[in-house]
Design a protein around this ligand. Structure first.
Ligand code: NAX
Length: 327
């Protein structure tokens, strides 16, 4: 049998954590042949709830679940971690300024990045889910100088999946017919969902929808979907966010399908004019090792403008974080 892979989940007692952990333990994160050790990292007031979730995980008698550790100590939580899902974050509360939000999250993602640097396995792969995800990933990466920046990623996959779902609904086609969807940039309202390269059963999606629908419905609906879910459910996206985290790591570790790509928030290498180092949503493929940014796409004027808007938003967050001394 294979040696177990250690997966650390922060914010494990939260609602995304609850939707995520059972799928990790059942084998959906890494595949049906890979046993998992789960480390749950929480803050002290949530440790008891984490224990309750661990009891339920054990009660599932998952054959692939090797063991569970619960801790509020990041050094223990990331010890030997091969995969880290950073879900726990400080949410924006009423009246909170951006600088305060970034500072509070810097206080979480800085120390966690350092603990990853010092204690995780050499092949560590990190996915940041907690918002502001792109900038939190940047903070964690900066605190982990010994870990290649390519191992710190931010979750854009929920936006990608939402975009597929909206296009499938509009065209009344199965989601499986849609390939090469893309959401550029930041996991925020600035993001730029882009069907320019998407195909539907092999034919260009751009020929099947008009620009008015794209501009007035598709882009804002995908970008503001999180708010629409809160409005309808009375709580933010949880199962769909957990699902996207599973998709992201599964494709990173096991590869992306032939003739398709996914959107992942990865450190820019300067592709498409995005300043090097920004954690940015790009079209990405994996063969099972590192994310690779798809090269050579021709950009329309609308796409260039969407990319630029996101560069500005993320640079401004990065500058604010620098001013706070977090980079
Ligand atoms: P919850 O409030 O249900 O859970 C968060 C958990 O994190 C809590 O149990 C809390 O105790 C824990 N936590 C806080 N600080 C911690 C720390 N320093 N170390 C370890 N654990 C800590 O939030 P939930 O709905 O699960 O959402 C989690 C995060 O995901 C939020 O930041 C949210 O904004 C973000 N999201 C990101 C998405 C994306 O696409 N990137 C989509 C969904 C979601 O909104």
């Amino acid at each position: 049998t294979k040696t177990p892979v250690t997966v650390t989940v922060t914010g494990a007692a939260g609602q995304i954590g609850y939707a995520l952990l059972f799928r990790i333990a059942s084998g959906q994160l890494l595949g049906p042949d890979t046993p998992v050790k789960i480390n749950m990292l929480e803050i002290p007031p949530a440790l008891k709830a984490a224990e309750g979730t661990a009891m339920e995980l054990n009660d599932c008698a998952f054959p692939l679940l090797d063991s569970i550790n619960i801790t509020d100590d990041a050094n223990k939580g990331f010890d030997g971690a091969n995969v880290a899902l950073l879900v726990g974050a400080r949410p924006r509360t009423k009246g909170m300024e951006r600088a305060d939000l970034l500072k509070a999250n810097g206080g979480i993602f800085g120390p966690q990045g350092k603990a990853i640097n010092d204690h995780a396995a050499d092949d560590i792969r990190v996915l940041v889910v907690g918002n502001p995800a792109n900038t939190n990933a940047l903070i964690a990466s900066a605190a982990a100088p010994d870990v290649p920046a390519s191992r710190f990623t931010a979750m854009m996959r929920l936006d990608h999946n939402r975009a597929i779902s909206q296009l499938a609904e509009k065209l009344n086609v199965p989601v499986a017919d849609i390939k090469k969807m893309l959401v550029w940039g930041n996991h925020s309202a600035d993001q730029y969902p882009d069907v320019s390269y998407a195909t539907v059963a092999g034919k260009p999606a751009a020929d099947m929808v008009d620009s008015a629908w794209l501009e007035e419905y598709f882009v804002p609906t995908v970008a503001k979907r999180g708010a629409a879910i809160i409005e309808a459910r009375g709580a933010s996206s949880a199962a769909s966010a957990a699902n996207a985290a599973i998709d992201h790591v599964y494709n990173w570790v096991n590869g992306t399908p032939e003739n398709d790509w996914v959107t992942a928030g990865v450190a820019s290498d300067g592709s498409y004019g995005v300043p090097e180092g920004l954690i940015y949503g790009f079209p990405c493929t994996s063969k099972g090792a590192e994310w690779e940014i798809v090269q050579g796409l021709e950009l329309s004027e609308a796409t260039k403008a969407g990319i630029q808007k996101n560069i500005e938003a993320l640079e401004s967050e990065r500058d604010a974080v620098r001013e706070l001394g977090l980079l």
